[in-house]
Write a protein that binds this ligand. Sequence first.
Ligand SMILES: Cc1cc2nc3c(=O)[nH]c(=O)nc-3n(C[C@H](O)[C@H](O)[C@H](O)COP(=O)(O)OP(=O)(O)OC[C@H]3O[C@@H](n4cnc5c(N)ncnc54)[C@H](O)[C@@H]3O)c2cc1C
Length: 549
Amino acid sequence: MDATQVPVLIVGGGVVGLSASLFLAQQGVRATLVERHPGTSIQPRARGVNGRTMELMRALGLDDALRAASVKLGPGVGIYAGETLVKVLAEEGDGGWLMRRIRRKGLRGQPSRKSPVSPCRCTQDELEPVLLEAARARGVDARFSTELCDLTQDAGGVTAELLDRDTGARRQLRAAYVIAADGARSPLRARLGVGQTGDGVLGHLLNLYFRADLAALVKGREFSLCRVENPHLRGLFASINNTDLWVLHLAIDPAEARPSPERCVELIRHAVGLPDLAVELLGALPWQAAVRIIQGYQHGRVFFAGDAAHVMPPWGGFGANTGIQDAHNLAWKLAMVLDGRADPALLTTYDVERRPVAQAVAAISGSMGDPDGLIAVRRGLAMIWKMREIFPYLTMGYGYGSAAVVLEPGRPPGPGTTVMDGRPGTRAPHVWLERAGARISSLDLAGPGFTLVVGARGDAWPPAAGPRWPLSVVRLGVDVRDPGRRWARALGIGASGASLIRPDGIVAWRARGRAASPEAALHTAMAGVLGHAPGPERKTAPAQRKILA
Ligand SMILES: Cc1cc2nc3c(=O)[nH]c(=O)nc-3n(C[C@H](O)[C@H](O)[C@H](O)COP(=O)(O)OP(=O)(O)OC[C@H]3O[C@@H](n4cnc5c(N)ncnc54)[C@H](O)[C@@H]3O)c2cc1C
């Protein structure tokens, strides 16, 4: 049987697989995506799109669509605890003036000064259809009801065995690379025998998604999370629209039989504290609160992303966001290797850059749990202290110290890096600029390829790029107006300097001032970043070594 040949096969049409397909399309790579379910997620699951993810969505032109999709998730703030929802809301009241103000204005507020966009509260069942529609419109071959059953790798690529679950037909597909975004259980991870490290299972939970009209009870006291504990159950309410859609995370004993739908409804009534409440159960999803990180993000031509690579409790709101950001890190690297601009060695930096981020955020998420695997409700200062750990990540707090960056002396950027001073390995700083009379963010100038930003007197740099390195050149003061030299200062370059920004918005290298030979300086930087020159920690993963031989 002759197999169809595609550049990239994405396994899994969840939020990470769909995002990966869009980031590849942004790079000019038309991916094929297979998803075994007939449609996108019907469970709300993730409720938060953080600042960095919103920047990526903005670059895709999807930030407005996401905000439009977010209307279902009504405003809700505060994490509460008590015996039943009714009792908690009676005791807490409206939470005081600050809570009232936040509810009225929403949490959106003004974007941080570090970013042109603010985070967005949007549930996964609303987010995924937006991504799917955009992916199809951009040429992604997204096949639902299609399951990857087997996969083999050889020197030239990957052969995938696909099953059409509607017709039972089987066919083969050849791909140069595979992105395994096949979720926490990741059949591909199991198939390839890839191990995981971490704390393992911290709790067994059942996610009950239900409809019940609690609008009158909750009005003026709209909340985000509410922990309930009484003789019948231990659980956690997550508000969806704060009127009639809710999720109750129920702590369960895995040794006992799963509660029947009737029993689920009974437990929801006990949790709310209203024995006669009319409840429509919309879904019951078992899940484990766990911290598990895959031992390597790359196995030959297969790259793991999202929950397939890292599982963490949802309390920090990191799972989906970290997965989307994985896909963004990987897409440009695959695109440049596929068209020969980069050496396959570049791909090894995916693991070097992304695994430490997952380890850091998973550790925070794990530390937020209680013995049931539910969120530990901290009050006052304890909560503020905890949030200090989380907020850097919501505002793009990570940096990379890999061979795909020309590192400067000093401690390399890593997880939690929040200072964006133009140092290689950090996200290029955001400042507002002017182009053709319109206000743009400096972030709008990055991608889809490399961008060389040169100072007002950096005339020697543009010719140095030459035909060898396909770069977009942005001359400050010529192509964009940078009032008060704010961007040049933020990038840490003088009027004769230059800064090289990767397609993912990370600073790759900079020359603070004039270089003796701009051509040589730029050549060394580009060759190093794209894997054409040996770097100090450039390692080829074992399976990759075999395949590339
Ligand atoms: C209750 C809950 C609340 C959460 N809250 C948050 C939050 O607030 N913020 C946040 O960032 N994250 C949150 N998360 C985590 C978030 O839901 C996950 O991190 C996210 O869904 C991971 O996306 P994914 O695409 O990697 O995996 P998934 O969404 O699991 O998608 C994987 C897909 O792969 C498909 N698949 C598997 N095997 C195959 C195969 N062989 N062939 C074809 N298709 C296959 C599956 O059917 C599935 O659709 C929460 C999770 C839960 C359970």
